[in-house]
Design a protein around this ligand. Structure first.
Ligand code: NAD
Ligand code: UDP
Length: 336
């Protein structure tokens, strides 16, 4: 297939682009480099043995999208482009609604105008809000606690309304749990700008000497050891899940929603210990109060994706940490 990948220079988009190329698909990447480096695409080409087509631009540019979709025989879109930092979204809500909601609206309008009717959208487990019953199934109630989460839920609602209005569309939201890890070559990985918001990239920067110590947010949660519990999924498994979802939904009209998680849960301290094993040394850490807005625990019921997509996450926490560490130690300053 010929697939447009928005945000294809980013962390998850680049690894998925690589898998699409390796599976024989033609890929056109659109990225505005607001949170990515051009060097990523060279590394994707190095690993794939061929280059993805690339256009630097913004998903909010409707004229550009129409030109790309109509002119290049695109059959499906994977939509990764967007902003993703929860705390930033609280301070800059309009930027988040503009990029994530308006960006998706612009993309859907261009798809409508050019006859492209298959979309796989990057949603998030954050749409389950403060849910307390684990594991989370796709039919659990949704709710949000911040503008980032609301932007994801709004897009999901747009997709549902569109699928209900016009049976020609195949629209799929993938609710990611906690993507971590890197390509096993060490050539592609997560390169956060500034202070990492997420746990594993922060630990990785402590391990490589860029940060002094991990701050563990809260030790009084009702969990196995008092620290927050999440469902960490290797980004390689996540990318495989995208290919499975694309194969399933293309030509199968309607609204589709799948959790992409492992169904396993790990505490912050378990992740820290696994990372210490991967990098071969103890890592400095301290306990600090809970971070506002965090839930105690969150993990997926991945049964729907397993049965419908014939996909399951295979890689362990140890492999996530080993691959993250290989990437971080080979690229201490990311793609710079
Ligand atoms: P990322 O920031 O690495 O990738 C996003 C890419 O989109 C970047 O390359 C950025 O330059 C590009 N981009 C942003 N706005 C754009 C715009 N308006 N036009 C064109 N390009 C634009 O993030 P990621 O971790 O790879 O996440 C990809 C998607 O998955 C995002 O939509 C994110 O919200 C979602 N998601 C991520 C996580 C996670 O923990 N990483 C979890 C759940 C959902
Ligand atoms: N966390 C932490 N220190 C950090 C970053 C995260 O203790 O520097 C904890 C956080 O409180 C949560 C878990 O690690 O319990 C995963 O956080 P992350 O931000 O990676 O994912 P999310 O909270 O969005 O699921």
């Amino acid at each position: 297939m010929r697939v447009l990948v928005t945000g294809g220079a980013g962390y998850i988009g680049s690894l998925t682009t690589l898998q699409l190329l390796q599976a024989g698909h033609e890929v056109l990447v659109l990225d505005n480099f607001s949170n990515a480096k051009p060097a990523v695409l060279g590394r994707v080409a190095q690993l794939a043995g061929r280059e993805p087509a690339f256009e630097q631009g913004d998903v909010r540019d409707g004229a550009l999208l129409r030109r790309l979709l109509a002119g290049q025989g695109v059959e499906a879109v994977m939509h990764f482009a967007g902003l993703k930092a929860v705390s930033e979204s609280v301070h800059k809500p309009l930027e988040y609604f503009d990029n994530n909601v308006q960006g998706s609206l612009s993309l859907l309008s261009a798809m409508r105008d050019t006859g492209v009717r298959t979309l796989v959208f990057s949603s998030s487990a954050t749409v389950y809000g403060l849910a307390e019953t684990m594991p989370l199934r796709e039919d659990a109630p949704t709710g949000t606690t911040n503008p980032y989460g609301r932007s994801k839920l709004m897009v999901e609602q747009m997709l549902q309304d569109l699928a209900a209005a016009d049976p020609a569309w195949s629209l799929c939201a993938l609710r990611y749990f906690n993507p971590v890890g890197a390509h096993p070559s060490g050539l592609l990985g997560e390169d956060p700008q500034g202070i990492p918001n997420n746990l594993m990239p922060f630990i990785a920067q402590v391990a490589v000497g860029r940060r002094a110590a991990l701050q563990i947010f809260g030790r009084d949660y009702p969990t196995v050891d008092g620290t927050g519990v999440r469902d960490y999924i290797h980004v390689q498994d996540l990318a495989t899940g995208h290919l499975a979802a694309l194969g399933h939904v293309h030509g199968r009209p309607g609204w589709h929603v799948f959790n992409l998680g492992t169904g396993r849960s790990h505490s912050v301290l378990e992740v820290l210990r696994a990372y210490e094993a991967a990098c071969g040394r103890a890592l400095a850490h301290e306990f600090v109060p809970r971070r506002g807005g965090d839930v105690a625990q969150s993990w997926a019921d991945p049964a729907r994706a397993e049965s419908a997509l014939n996909w399951r996450a295979e890689l362990s926490l140890a492999q996530m940490c080993e691959d993250s560490w290989r990437w971080q130690s080979q690229n201490p300053n990311g793609y710079d």
